[in-house]
Design a protein around this ligand. Structure first.
Ligand code: ARG
Length: 465
């Protein structure tokens, strides 16, 4: 019987009486995607081994052998020479098997007081933490690039829209700073999420803890975690941090997508507010005149998959009883794809921001077309003593007359304007100009160029600190 048993399933040994079918092996294996966690897996294993040694559970010689073996494995992986085997199911068993090949019994002792359940939870947390740090840096780069663009155009007038209709004049710098705010909140959210990512599951073992005298705080410190997870069942089964990360990623992509949509509209020849450097655009295989804003369009499109990953993870966790279930293996691909999508998108957007050229004449012409200073005229009348609702009505009549006559408010003579209110005087023309309109919105958060410059200084101080 023992002879027969020993031929059995490679990883599970004596418990099984028939081998796993190839189909099942392929279905249950994760190595072809979770090998991405390899270096985090090694990092976690080394911290665990160091603690085992410090606690007298592992001899100095074994610990040294594990360190030596892991260094070689890391080098093999880096050089692309590591042989990943489907038979060994996942990244953890592949590395452990190779370690044992290299260092013998010391390798077999590594798994003392540990399970793949707390091991994988630790690996993903290390992975997400590194991703958050990368994303934080990229958000900083993107915000800096948009702030530079805002500074170049602190005085550039464009129409501000509500309902896609010209509403009031604003500056292009102010418009860019709106995105700087959004991406600033994304950075805050990522930093906040990091606090809950940065806790150590190791020590929970399979689900209940371990009988060995481990020192979890020591491992947490070695790995740079702020704390340990305080309940072993929760430690191995919690994926809140991954969901939270994807939620923050989804929000971030929503911001990217809104910006992408604007870039696409602005670059349309019908609007012509901006041009995007050729290196971010493509042509058409049939229409020689085309220059398409592919990068913003793709970013807008890729937002969908990140939303999908968020819902996928929420659904994955819904209804899972405590503690670890194999379902959890499905957390990785959505997580990896979220990281790849967000990182690639931020990188390309930061680069593209520097390749946006603004066409101030087109923006100005559009702002002049839509009665954008109507609110300024109403405010002017209020300052002369008219109640706001009456002022609104008087200006509405003036706009109506302009629509009929096919002209702008600023084209009316003083006499014509006075037909709508005799409170109007010669000084009205200052408020009807686009420059006067933006300069007048001179308070924190307003579009006045002075405020745009103050906001830029605030963002730069933030980015520097
Ligand atoms: N490959 C597994 C995962 O990604 C590792 C943990 C497996 N644990 C287990 N008891 N089967 O979740």
């Amino acid at each position: 019987m023992t002879a027969q048993l020993s031929k059995k399933s490679e990883a599970w040994s004596a418990r099984f009486s028939e081998p796993v079918s190839d189909l099942v092996k392929r279905y249950t294996a994760s190595v072809f995607f979770d090998k991405r966690l390899a270096l985090f897996d090694i990092q976690g294993s080394l911290a665990h081994a160091e603690m085992l040694h410090a606690q007298g559970i592992l001899s100095a010689a074994d610990y040294a052998e594990i360190e030596r073996g892991m260094a070689q494995i890391a080098q093999e992986i880096g050089a692309g020479q590591f042989e990943w085997l489907l038979d060994l199911e996942d990244v953890h068993l592949n590395i452990e098997k190779r370690l044992t090949e290299l260092v013998g019994d010391a390798g077999k002792r590594l798994h003392t007081g540990r399970s793949r359940n707390d091991q994988v939870a630790t690996d993903i947390r290390l992975y997400v933490r590194a991703a958050i740090d990368d994303i934080g840096a990229l958000l900083g780069t993107l915000r800096a690039a948009l702030t530079d663009l805002a500074e170049q155009h602190a005085d550039t007038i464009m129409p501000g829209f509500t309902h896609m209709q010209v509403a009031q004049p604003i500056t292009f710098g102010h418009h860019m700073l709106a995105y700087v705010e959004m991406f600033g909140r994304d950075a805050e959210r990522m930093a906040d999420c990091r606090k809950r990512v940065n806790r150590l599951p190791l020590g929970a073992a399979a689900l209940a803890g371990t009988t060995f005298p481990i020192d979890r705080a020591r491992v947490a410190k070695t790995l740079g975690f702020d704390d340990v997870c305080h309940n072993s069942l929760d430690a191995v089964s919690d994926r809140d941090f991954a969901i939270e990360f994807c939620a923050a990623g989804a929000l971030l992509m929503m911001h990217v997508s809104r910006m992408a949509e604007e870039l696409v509209i602005w670059m349309s020849p019908r609007v012509g507010f901006i041009d995007i450097a050729d290196r971010f655009c493509t042509g058409s295989s049939i229409m020689p005149q085309k220059k398409n804003p592919d990068v913003p369009e793709l970013a807008r499109g890729k937002t969908g998959r990140v939303y999908g990953h968020l819902i996928g993870l929420l659904t994955l966790m819904k209804g899972q009883p405590l503690a670890y279930n194999k379902d959890n293996q499905e957390d990785k691909e959505p997580l990896f794809d979220t990281v790849d999508t967000v990182v690639d998108t931020l990188r390309i957007f930061a680069d593209m921001a520097g390749g946006i050229s603004v066409k101030p004449e087109a923006m100005r012409a559009a702002a002049l077309q839509g009665y954008a200073t109507a609110t300024d005229l109403a405010d002017y009348l209020v300052k002369k003593g008219l109640p706001f609702r009456d002022a609104h009505e008087a200006v509405a009549r003036a706009v109506r007359a302009c629509v009929d006559a096919g002209c702008d408010l600023a084209d009316l003579s003083l006499q014509q304007l006075r037909a709508f209110s005799d409170l109007i005087g010669e000084d009205v023309f200052a408020v009807l100009t686009l420059e006067g309109s933006v300069a007048a919105r001179d308070h924190v958060g307003g579009t006045a160029p002075r405020q745009v410059r103050a906001a830029i200084a605030r963002v730069r101080a933030q980015l520097a600190g």
